[in-house]
Design a protein around this ligand. Structure first.
Ligand code: HPA
Ligand code: ZN
Length: 334
């Protein structure tokens, strides 16, 4: 199974670039930017990565991102992730970035996007990886701040495919961002949102009905509301599920109780993703392996998950066709 998972070409649809910041690179960039970080060794960093909830993690995640200053820092961050894509056979990825994590610290929007864009072009040339960008609004900040971010993004509109919503979910429901999502859609951005990770099923309803999302990030808690499950199936919305993230943030007690198989059995188009792999202990193959082993997923389940990720990506129809042919080829050779 491990070899099968690794041999399959994959798409990743839920990945925060700031969450792919490995401690080694964090130390290197902190040093060259002469920024103090509260850890002396990589071991100390790894020990700090014990989370009891989403907010615990977010505090450390934002602190880590604080060492990113220059365009090259963002370039290096993204190239390190693309290298992992190459190693994990991820041939298409849709990368979330949080502009406000940086603009709030006085880093220009253009510094962030230019670094990411240069890496995207180099990764395409070096490894043939296709990628799209999802600009995510931080939901613990105001809608006004999200509007400011939308405005800053407009000169770079052609580089950005989609808008998302992340950060502290509880107390920050999708409705808070109704107007900015409406405006973002008018600008041509495809809406997605984190919903039902820690927050209730009601937040997933809001993401669908009010933000008009094309995909739901996480969405695990939809299983608490059968009508919602039916709605997700009817609207043909995919869920970007993140097994190791769910385990590390205690949304799942043990992997054997992870809801992925239940979601598939209910007819929901689930996909597997790594979310913040530097913090949660693994990239795409590790996520597939962990959940396959715990839930005893079959080869057919794995193929379904992989095909879902291509089918529900924002790639063009031609790209999707070619990706799915590659999957079929590996399946028949294996
Ligand atoms: N959930 C919410 N916000 C986030 C996450 C997450 O898993 N990762 C980075 N920002
Ligand atoms: Zn996420």
């Amino acid at each position: 199974m491990k070899d099968f998972i690794s041999a399959l070409p994959k798409a990743e649809l839920h990945l925060h670039i700031e969450g792919s910041f490995e401690p080694e690179l964090m130390f290197e960039i902190a040093q060259r930017n002469q920024i103090e970080i509260p850890y002396k060794t990589i071991d100390e960093v790894k020990k700090a990565y014990q989370f009891s909830c989403l907010q615990d993690f977010l505090d450390i995640y934002y602190a880590g991102a604080g060492v990113l200053i220059h365009e090259k820092d963002f370039y290096d961050l993204a190239m390190a992730y693309y290298q992992k894509c190459y190693e994990n056979n991820v041939i298409h990825t849709e990368i979330m970035f949080d502009p406000q994590t940086h603009t709030e610290r006085g880093i220009a929007f253009e510094t962030v996007i230019n670094g990411l864009q240069k890496a995207r072009l180099d990764a395409k040339e070096k490894w043939g990886i296709n990628s799209l960008f999802i600009m995510s609004y931080l939901r613990h900040l105001s809608e006004e701040s999200a509007f400011e971010t939308l405005k800053q993004s407009l000169p770079y509109k052609d580089l950005i495919t989609s808008v998302g919503l992340d950060s502290s979910e509880m107390g920050n429901p999708p409705t808070k961002f109704k107007n900015v999502f409406e405006a973002s859609i008018k600008e041509g951005y495809i809406p997605v949102a984190h919903a039902g990770e820690e927050g209730p099923a009601e937040y997933i309803w809001e993401a669908i009905d009010i933000l008009k999302v094309a995909r739901i990030d996480h969405g695990n808690r939809c299983l608490e509301d059968e009508n919602l499950v039916q709605e997700i199936v009817k609207k043909d919305l995919a869920l970007t599920v993140c097994p190791l993230s769910n385990l590390e943030l205690r949304n799942t007690d043990v992997m054997t109780k992870h809801p992925l198989k239940k979601l598939l059995d209910k007819g929901i188009k689930a996909t597997v993703n790594s979310d913040d792999p530097a913090y949660f202990g693994g990239y795409m193959n590790a996520n597939f392996e962990a959940v396959q082993e715990a839930l005893k997923l079959s080869k057919e389940d794995i193929i379904t998950l992989v095909k879902n990720s291509f089918n529900y990506s924002f790639a063009t129809d031609d790209q999707k066709k070619s990706y799915l042919e590659k999957v079929d080829q590996i399946v028949s050779d294996f």
